[in-house]
Write a protein that binds this ligand. Structure first.
Ligand SMILES: NC(=O)c1ccc[n+]([C@@H]2O[C@H](COP(=O)([O-])OP(=O)(O)OC[C@H]3O[C@@H](n4cnc5c(N)ncnc54)[C@H](O)[C@@H]3O)[C@@H](O)[C@H]2O)c1
Length: 353
């Protein structure tokens, strides 16, 4: 019996073993490779190993964490694939959070000009964001996601039980991307997310909210996979968020991606009020929701020069202007909004006075 829900290549899977059997049926077992990192090997492998008789030497376990999203680990995957005889008819299955799906996806789609890959996201952030949309990559010379390609996964399997071992910080990190999805595209989703009790989570309701968030991302990416236009909508909160994430890392106090995006959404909501008429009530609504869930931003925003410095590296910029996606109301956004240095300094000061 097939009860799974699908949006394109993304499937809500209640039975991973059954789904993997079906989705890998066209690949001989010795052509299937699996990539984990040590934490997902420890907490997630029992739910995925055994769907077929994949040889042990085709399973690779990498080092976890953002610091390890680097070229050395990509080389390790390439070497492993090469030694085990992977060819263009092979399949790579990535099991992990966004670090692993970004890196494993990149390694797969650069090896012999591209192997098919399946993502099995095990964090909330990877479920609602990193594992879909086809952005793959690694950090390079201190810059996040500096090297990468866009290539769509063959399938993405969302399996809710993985979230049972995830800590609160990582749950909240992924939740920020869901809040963002509501803010840019669906006021009702935003209201439901605000009302959802993160301290006593109802898995069924969470599943619906995750599925709705994925639906928004998929709709946008399907329309503009290469990020030439509307895909930039997904960057709300991210221009400031990425700068905060880089600055916090530089200061030795790493900030999870979603927390940085959440604080970035406060600043960008204030900028939205100035430039796109977002109402003051909506700005307060966003600020209060973020602070209730994430606390106050931990890095000062008064010192705007370092943050502006990071923003100039942003891949979304063109012709030296800093580019934002802003809201005109909750549930609706405008892309390609340029901010000048003075405006940015001012809204940063207002974010954390
Ligand atoms: N490609 C994209 O479109 C995109 C979008 C957003 C973020 N990202 C990238 O995603 C990464 C962040 O993703 P993340 O937050 O998932 O980080 P992550 O992969 O580092 O996972 C966070 C932590 O959770 C652990 N973990 C993973 N699954 C677990 C489970 N089921 N139970 C317990 N622990 C588990 C990991 O080992 C790690 O310690 C960043 O590198 C970011 O650049 C990519």
């Amino acid at each position: 019996m097939q009860t799974a829900k699908n949006i394109g290549e993304v499937r809500l899977s209640t039975d991973l073993i059954l789904d993997l059997k079906e989705l890998t049926a066209g690949f001989p077992e010795h052509k299937i490779f699996m990539v984990f990192e040590s934490n997902t090997w420890a907490s997630c492998r029992t739910r995925v190993i055994g769907f077929r008789n994949v040889p042990e030497e085709n399973i690779l376990v990498l080092k976890p964490g953002e610091d390890n999203k680097n070229i050395s680990q990509v080389i390790e995957v390439w070497e492993h694939l090469g030694k085990a005889g992977a060819d263009r008819h092979s399949l790579v299955i990535n099991v992990g959070g966004g670090m692993l799906t970004d890196l494993g996806g990149f390694a797969a789609c650069t090896f012999k000009r591209g192997l098919a890959f399946i993502n099995i996201p095990t964090t909330l952030l990877a479920m609602v964001d990193a594992s879909t949309g086809g952005k793959t990559g690694i950090n390079f010379r201190g810059l996040k996601n500096e090297i990468g390609v866009i290539r769509q996964p063959k399938n993405v399997l969302i399996h809710m039980p993985f979230l049972r071992t995830l800590d609160r910080e990582n749950l909240l990190s992924g939740y920020a991307e869901m809040l963002k999805a509501g803010l840019i595209a669906d006021r009702q989703l935003w209201d439901r997310l605000k009302a959802f009790d993160m301290t006593d989570m109802d898995e069924e309701i969470l599943e619906e909210l995750i599925w709705q968030s994925i639906g928004i991302k998929k709709r946008v990416v399907d329309e503009d996979p290469e990020e030439r236009g509307i895909r930039k909508a997904l960057n709300f909160g991210h221009t400031i968020g990425h700068a905060l994430e880089s600055e916090a890392l530089h200061a030795g106090q790493p900030l999870p991606h979603g927390f940085a995006v959440a604080f970035g959404m406060i600043t960008e909501a204030i900028l939205s009020n100035r430039k796109c008429g977002l109402s003051p009530e909506s700005v307060s609504d966003i600020r209060e929701t973020v602070i209730r869930l994430y606390g106050e931003p931990p890095v000062t925003m008064k010192e705007s020069d370092p943050l502006l410095g990071w923003m100039r590296f942003d891949k979304k910029n063109r012709d030296n202007t800093i580019n934002f996606t802003l809201l005109d109301e909750i549930g609706s956004c405008r892309i390609n909004q340029a901010g000048d240095d003075e405006e940015i300094r001012e809204v940063l000061r207002l974010t954390k006075p």
